[in-house]
Design a protein around this ligand. Structure first.
Ligand code: HEC
Length: 314
């Protein structure tokens, strides 16, 4: 039985069974046990050394026993040992790949020069080496023609392709991770669904101070184009997230709402711009000019006119 499995298979198999058991029984969380507890590595190395040592001892004992046998018994022993046809093909393939000549045939290989008794053998190249070499030449030819002559899928193309893929996945990720928005990335939402959600938030949380129509009360009028803390989606988003000036009554809402919800209510607040509330509070702060749009001077004046015409309306 023992002869059926050669030692170069027996040792690794036993080793990996022990390795598997260790990993199974040692609780090391997400990390492999031998990384979390380096002592395990030492243990496994010891096991490996012991396994190899056992093989070596068994081999040596067998050898001693073999030498003590009579010629006939030796023959019988060898016959029983060679009854391992399962692995004969491995041995044969190995022999073929290494391509060495048996020592008896060495005479054919010997070169006829002789330096002070040192002779040289003219072994042919081992087939495994030779065929790998040929394979590498064929590979190189195909590679050269494909990538350098036809320019198929060069490294640059591959890079560009991967870059494009990455951008698509980032866009996809951002679409699904709405709450990734912050003051730098927030944009004015115009989708009626978003504005409706914003309106709902506004009516539940903000009208006590800003009135349902944004006309203002404790808080300033949100319908005019005068802003204490700056207009535009970014500033409004920031005011709602971080709150107003200390002691004025406008708290930070970032504990209450997700960034996506703040963007909705901020967009809703901005949608109130230019509406006429029932009881508007006088404008506070400065007229907000959106510099990022780089509007021409004309537009600034028209908004100013608007604010003036809005003021007497109260
Ligand atoms: C307790 C009263 C109160 C509540 C509730 C309140 N605010 Fe305010 N809000 C204020 C005050 C007061 C200011 C002025 C802050 C300042 O002067 O720094 C303000 C300022 C603002 C501004 C900036 C206005 C400007 O002119 O720059 C925005 C936008 C705003 N609030 C939106 C909201 C939203 C949206 C909510 C609901 C989520 C809300 N507020 C809830 C009192 C309130």
């Amino acid at each position: 039985m023992r002869n059926l499995i050669p030692s170069y298979i027996r040792v690794p198999v036993i080793f990996f069974i022990i390795f598997g058991l260790v990993e199974y029984f040692v609780d090391s969380g997400a990390q492999p046990a031998f990384i979390k507890f380096p002592i395990v590595l030492l243990f496994l190395t010891l096991i490996l050394i012991i396994l190899i040592a056992i093989e070596a001892i068994v081999g040596a004992l067998e050898n001693v026993m073999f030498q003590s046998l009579s010629a006939k018994e030796k023959e019988r022993f060898l016959a029983s040992k060679n009854k391992t046809p399962e692995f004969a093909w491995i041995k044969n393939t190995y022999k073929k790949l290494v391509g060495t000549k048996p020592i008896e045939e060495e005479g054919e290989l010997i070169l006829d020069h002789n330096y002070d008794g040192i002779k040289e053998l003219d072994n042919s190249l081992p087939p495994w080496w030779l065929y790998s070499f040929y394979a590498s030449i064929i590979f190189a030819a195909i590679y050269l023609v494909n990538f350098h002559i036809f320019g198929n899928n060069s490294q640059f193309d591959e890079y560009a392709e991967e870059y494009k893929q990455a951008e698509i996945s980032i866009a996809e990720y951002k679409k699904n991770a709405k709450d990734l928005i912050d003051i730098n990335t927030v944009t004015l939402l115009t989708d009626p669904a978003d504005l409706n959600s914003g309106k709902a938030i506004f009516e539940q949380n903000c009208i006590a101070c800003h009135m349902a129509d944004g006309g203002g009360g404790i808080g300033p009028n949100l319908t005019d184009n005068h802003w204490i803390l700056g207009g535009g989606i970014k500033n409004v988003f920031k005011t709602i997230t971080e709150g107003g000036r200390d002691g004025k009554g406008m708290i930070s809402w970032k504990q209450n709402f997700k960034p996506s919800e703040i963007a909705q209510v901020a967009s809703y607040v901005l949608s109130l711009q230019g509406t006429t509330p029932a009881n508007p509070k006088a404008p506070e702060g400065d007229v907000w000019v959106d510099e990022s749009v780089s509007a021409p001077a004309v537009e600034t004046t028209t908004t100013e006119v608007d604010s003036l015409s809005a003021a007497p309306a109260k």
